[in-house]
Design a protein around this ligand. Structure first.
Ligand code: MLT
Length: 205
């Protein structure tokens, strides 16, 4: 295996060179196996599931935070770049189409997904962001027209006020992305309606 594949990961090939690749990004304390069952939301896609490389009290994450919802922006920039490089290296190694990578991220995984969209345009074609926050606000904003985003957040999420979700949607829209926002009668935990929304949206690709 290539030394450019710097993340512990699982890759499950679809066996079809023109398939999309679903990039599964776990939440804090998760790992590369957690979200594999969600591959069924995008039948026929390759699955690529890396493990975050930061440990917070032993719990894997994709970037460092200083406190709940307060991110280490320099670390986030570095780690988003590393993840983008990994995705491109995986496309070369496994032979999938690097222009057809769609993320499905939960919480910290959703936040690194939108950071990759904003910092490395073109690496992700789009993604489902489940319980997502604003990762950072790049100045100047990138141009990411053509990127499609589906946000699904909880109305009673104690960690993500509604205004934060609106700010994320507006940020991505200002950069040119096509953004859909879905609200669930839920907190930070996912519920069946999240998966239903994700499935419908992923099947539109
Ligand atoms: C984050 O750190 O990305 C967010 O606070 C979500 C979380 O991981 O709890």
């Amino acid at each position: 295996m290539s030394s450019a594949l710097t993340f512990e990961h699982v890759f499950k090939p679809a066996g079809n060179a023109s398939a999309h690749t679903l990039l599964l990004l776990h939440g804090t304390g998760g790992n590369e196996h957690d979200l594999l069952p969600l591959g069924q939301l995008m039948p026929g896609a390759n699955l690529l599931s890396p493990r975050g490389q930061v440990l917070e009290n032993g719990m894997p994450r994709f970037f460092r935070r200083l406190a709940e919802g307060v991110f280490d922006i320099e670390d986030l920039k570095q780690r988003a770049g590393n993840l983008a490089d990994f995705i491109q290296a995986a496309a070369a190694e496994y032979g999938f189409d690097g222009s057809k990578v769609v993320a499905l991220g939960y919480s910290n995984g959703a936040n690194i997904a939108s950071a990759v969209m904003l910092l490395r345009p073109g690496v992700l074609a789009g993604g489902v962001l489940l319980r997502a926050m604003v990762p950072l606000e790049p100045q100047p904003l990138p141009a990411i027209a053509g990127t499609r985003v589906c946000i699904s957040n909880g109305e009673q999420d104690p960690t993500i006020p509604a205004a934060e979700t609106d700010r994320l949607a507006r940020l991505l829209q200002r950069a040119g992305a096509d953004v859909e926002v879905n609200w669930q009668p839920a907190g930070h935990q996912l519920m069946p309606a999240d998966f239903a929304v994700a499935k419908t949206w992923l099947q539109s690709w």
